[in-house]
Design a protein around this ligand. Structure first.
Ligand SMILES: Nc1nc2c(ncn2[C@@H]2O[C@H](COP(=O)(O)OP(=O)(O)O)[C@@H](O)[C@H]2O)c(=O)[nH]1
Ligand SMILES: [Mg+2]
Ligand SMILES: [Zn+2]
Length: 280
């Protein structure tokens, strides 16, 4: 029977098969012997004697938290305290694209900015929507609830962005600590942290935030270029154009920035990531 590992404690694997949890052992002799099962892994189990038979191929794999098969990532983005940063937003989108995780932007603290600032943010968010990303505001509770269905979701965002508050508002059973540095799910500070997939609105949520230490140096420049998804709508003179040293006559991306078709901050952040020069 097929299922997904939602929790691992010691050598016990909690496998969710059609909503039912089977506590399984692993014989450690999978077809691919190098594989160590992690939370998020899809597997086939023998439900009669509760053994994992086989770990199915992974779509992706994160180290921190240690999880596999993430479909989408909720980027909780504050507009004030902490201040909005296109650099951080673009970096998180980039990392998700590089890991085949669909980014979803969730804006918080719109109530703390002025009317003029709101107009500015709306324009920026219109751009992200236009290039294909879903943008939600944390007060759009009903709409946010719909995104989890049949997906495994990870979340991220700066300390104080409003991640814990958001999940508590979505589902009071979640009970995240608000205003605390750790994202512990009300388990107490001294219990050992382990990652768990919790059921949420027909899907699964990774209960520990991801991408706390982002290292771009492991990716190639070509990978980064491809991860700026709107760039592929433009054709530059040279197929291998990196959109940095060429003139705007040769580079369709540079031209599009000048023509306000590509958001200037997106392009500037791309150049910073490309040059590994990210001191904002
Ligand atoms: N004004 C305002 N405050 C918020 C909003 N969302 C969260 N907060 C507050 O921001 C602080 C940090 O929130 P928390 O959920 O702990 O952030 P986390 O570190 O991302 O988990 C808390 O004092 C929350 O009450 C919001 O939309 N508007
Ligand atoms: Mg928190
Ligand atoms: Zn170019």
């Amino acid at each position: 029977m097929k299922g997904q590992i939602v929790k691992i404690i010691s050598n016990l694997y909690y496998v969710n098969c059609n909503g039912e949890i089977y506590i399984c052992h692993s014989r450690g002799n999978f077809r691919n012997k190098k594989i160590t099962p992690v939370v998020g892994d899809y597997c086939n189990i023998n439900e009669k004697d509760n053994y994992i038979l086989e770990i199915l191929p992974r779509k992706n794999f994160l180290i921190r938290p240690l999880v596999a098969n993430i479909d989408q990532g909720l980027i909780v983005t504050s507009l004030k305290t902490p201040d909005f940063s296109t650099n951080l937003l673009d970096k998180l989108i980039l990392i998700m694209e590089l890991n085949k995780i669909k980014p979803i932007i969730c804006i918080t603290k719109e109530d703390l900015i002025t009317r003029t600032e709101k107009d500015e943010i709306r324009k920026i968010m219109d751009y992200y929507e236009k290039i294909g990303y879903k943008v939600l505001y944390n007060y759009e509770v009903d709409e946010i609830k719909t995104i989890f269905k049949e997906k495994t979701t990870v979340f991220t965002g700066q300390t104080g962005a409003g991640k814990s508050s958001l999940f508590n508002k979505l589902d009071s059973n979640l009970n995240f600590d608000v205003g605390e540095v750790s994202e512990a799910l009300g388990r107490g500070r001294h219990t050992t942290r382990y990652v768990e997939l919790v059921s949420l609105f027909g899907g699964k949520l990774v209960d520990t935030p991801g991408f706390s230490s982002i290292d771009l140096s492991v990716y190639t420049k070509e990978q980064m270029k491809d991860a700026f998804i709107e760039f592929k709508n433009y054709e530059c003179k040279y197929k291998d154009c990196m959109h940095n040293n060429e003139s705007e006559n040769e580079c369709a991306i540079k031209k599009a920035v000048i023509d306000n078709k590509i958001l200037k901050s997106r392009y500037q952040n791309y150049i910073k990531f490309l040059n590994n020069d990210n001191n904002n």
